[in-house]
Each structure stands twice: as structure tokens, then as C-alpha cells.
Design a protein around this ligand. Structure first.
Ligand SMILES: [Zn+2]
Length: 328
């Protein structure tokens, strides 16, 4: 398993941050009452899709207004709350792998600032970075779109970028989500299923997301919830049997919360063994992201994609430098 120095540092920092986690087992919560559809958000913020977005938007059937996501599910999954559903982006089933789609996947953790934890962000840092991305014409895409572009001929908008939020900190909902809504930007939350709370617990360091907050974000049409294991387990350190359990049980558990199958996975601490890569695919995941630093592309393999970490000491100048390949 290769690591860059930066990736190792990120892993160590993530490890420090995770030590402060106060994990609890997921408990079903009551239904939320959110009604923030993408259309509503666009209307509220006067944001209009660009010509590129219109051209590349998936063709989806017309649906009546969506009711809130139910807190429990019996029978078929309700449709269509899942913005990253890969079926939306399968344009050409006979298309060969496109190895020439380099896309930056930005890796965020805790959006609150906790001095001493580099995997957090300085006050105002996230807002400034998102503002700059928008000014430079970056278009956020979800992982379903990235998968479609790599394997099914889906055409990405100009300057695509993926935003990841690892672990499931409540700051993703309280701080990042309002900023993303303001710009109509998409993101992926890689949730540790065992961290999902029934009600907010802000008395601890690094508060985690509640089931209701996850559903509100998923229903917004901007945020996709995907898997980051049950216990934030480093898969490089456990048996294949245990790894399989982490992959499948987190998928089942999160599906009960947000009502779509988990198709995208993030390795805690970036850890995995070669034999686990097959297990990841067998568990139903079609893309997975690592701590290897760089732009993602299909040559890396669908379940070993590179990312770009953003940390509290990442200056604006460094942030811009990391994204220079997109500006050429
Ligand atoms: Zn993590």
C-alpha cells in the first residue's frame, strides 16, 4: 500500500481526531419535515443551472413533490431521493473505460475548528474555499456522476470537483450544508454507521450527525450519504471476515436511515489490503476513495481512487495550488 507523506500525516491526524469520538450505536429516529428540494434551493437562492449543467443534467422522470423521507421502511425504497444513483448517469452501456477524466476529490473532516486537530478547519476557511471554487467556475459533481463519466460516457460539466466529508460530524450539517446550499453545490458524507445519533449530542468534542440530519441532507438533492464502515475500522488491520462485516453491516444500517443502497465507500485511515478490494466490490460498492493524494482517475482502479486532503493548516494559496491542474 503506497502512502505519500501528506497522506500519512492526514491519516495520523484523522486518527487523533477520531480518538475524541464518542461513538454510539445507530438508533432510528422520527421522520424529519424537510422540504428542501433542489428546485426549492435554486428558487430561494436565485441560482440557475449554467448551460453546461443543463446539457449534462441526467434525464429523470417527472415526479410529484417529495414527501419527507420516512423514518422506517417496509417494502420497496421510496424514489427518488438519491441524487448519486449511478443509473442516472449511465449514458452508454458499451462505452469503454475513460482514463482521461482526472477529477479532484476534496477530503474534508470536521468543519468546526478545534485547535490542535489538523483535520478540522480554521474559522471561515471552508466558506472562503467554496467561494473561490465558485468564482473559478468549478462545478461540484456527485460520485454517481464520476462513475458515469469513468465507465458510461457521461459528460461532466467544466471544472468538476467532488466534495467529501468523512466520518459524519454534525458540523457538516450545521456549517457546511448551509454554505453548499447557498452555491447549489453537492457533497458526499461518508458516514460511520455506528456514529449515527438519535438526537444531537453537542456536549462532546466532535459531535456526530443525527439520523434526521442525514435524511434532511439526503433529501435536499445536494448531499449523498455513503458508507465509512460501522466502527471507523482500519481495514488494513482486521481479518477479511471482519472487513466484510464492516462493509455490509454499515451498508444495511445506513440504508435504513437514508433509504438507498450504499454504492460508494471510504476507507478509514485510508487502510486496506489487496484482497479486501474484491470484498469491497462484492459488498456492492462501485467506487471507493483512499488517502493516496492526487486527482482521481480510472487508471487508479474504481475502488482505490486518490483524493486531496484539506486541513487546518492548508492555506488559501496551497488550496489553489492543489487545484491548479483544473485551471490549465
Ligand atoms: Zn474517517
Amino acid at each position: 500500500m503506497k502512502y505519500t507523506i501528506s497522506a500519512l500525516l492526514t491519516t495520523a491526524l484523522c486518527s487523533t481526531l477520531m480518538t475524541g469520538c464518542n461513538a454510539t450505536q445507530p438508533v432510528p429516529s422520527t421522520a424529519n419535515t424537510a422540504t428542501n428540494t433542489t428546485a426549492n434551493i435554486m428558487a430561494k437562492t436565485n441560482l440557475q443551472p449554467t448551460a453546461v449543467e443543463k446539457r449534462t443534467a441526467p434525464v429523470r422522470p417527472a415526479h410529484p413533490p417529495k414527501p419527507p423521507l420516512p423514518s422506517t421502511v417496509s417494502g420497496p425504497l421510496p424514489d427518488p431521493y438519491w441524487i448519486a444513483d449511478p443509473k442516472n448517469y449511465e449514458v452508454d452501456a458499451h462505452k469503454t473505460v475513460n482514463e482521461h477524466v482526472p477529477v479532484p476529490i476534496l477530503e474534508y473532516h470536521e468543519v468546526n475548528y478545534w485547535p490542535g486537530d489538523a483535520a478540522t478547519l480554521k474559522p471561515g476557511q471552508f466558506k472562503q474555499e467554496i467561494k473561490w471554487l465558485h468564482q473559478e467556475g468549478f462545478h461540484t459533481i456527485n460520485l454517481g456522476q464520476l462513475y458515469g463519466a469513468m465507465y458510461f460516457g457521461y459528460k461532466l460539466p467544466k471544472r468538476p470537483v467532488v466534495l467529501n466529508f468523512d466520518d459524519g460530524y454534525e458540523s457538516t450539517y450545521l456549517k457546511a450544508f448551509p454554505i453548499l446550499k447557498n452555491y447549489g453545490y453537492q457533497g458526499t458524507v461518508f458516514m460511520v454507521s455506528g456514529f449515527v445519533l438519535n438526537k444531537p449530542n453537542r456536549a462532546v468534542r466532535f459531535p456526530k450527525l443525527t439520523a434526521s440530519e442525514l435524511r434532511i441532507m439526503q433529501q435536499s438533492g445536494l448531499i449523498d450519504i455513503e458508507s465509512h464502515t460501522v466502527h471507523h475500522t482500519n481495514l488494513d488491520t482486521v481479518s477479511l471476515t471482519r472487513a466484510k462485516a464492516e462493509l455490509t453491516q454499515s451498508s444495511r444500517s445506513l440504508q435504513r436511515v437514508v433509504h438507498h443502497p450504499m454504492k460508494f465507500f471510504c476507507y478509514p485511515y485510508g487502510g486496506y489490503t489487496k484482497s479486501e478490494l474484491t470484498t469491497v466490490k462484492q459488498a456492492g460498492y462501485i467506487l471507493a476513495v483512499t488517502e493516496h493524494e492526487g486527482y482521481a482517475n480510472a487508471r487508479q482502479g474504481a475502488v482505490t481512487l486518490d483524493r486531496i486532503p484539506v486541513l487546518d493548516y492548508t492555506t488559501m494559496q496551497q488550496f489553489k495550488a492543489k487545484l491548479q491542474p483544473s485551471l490549465r
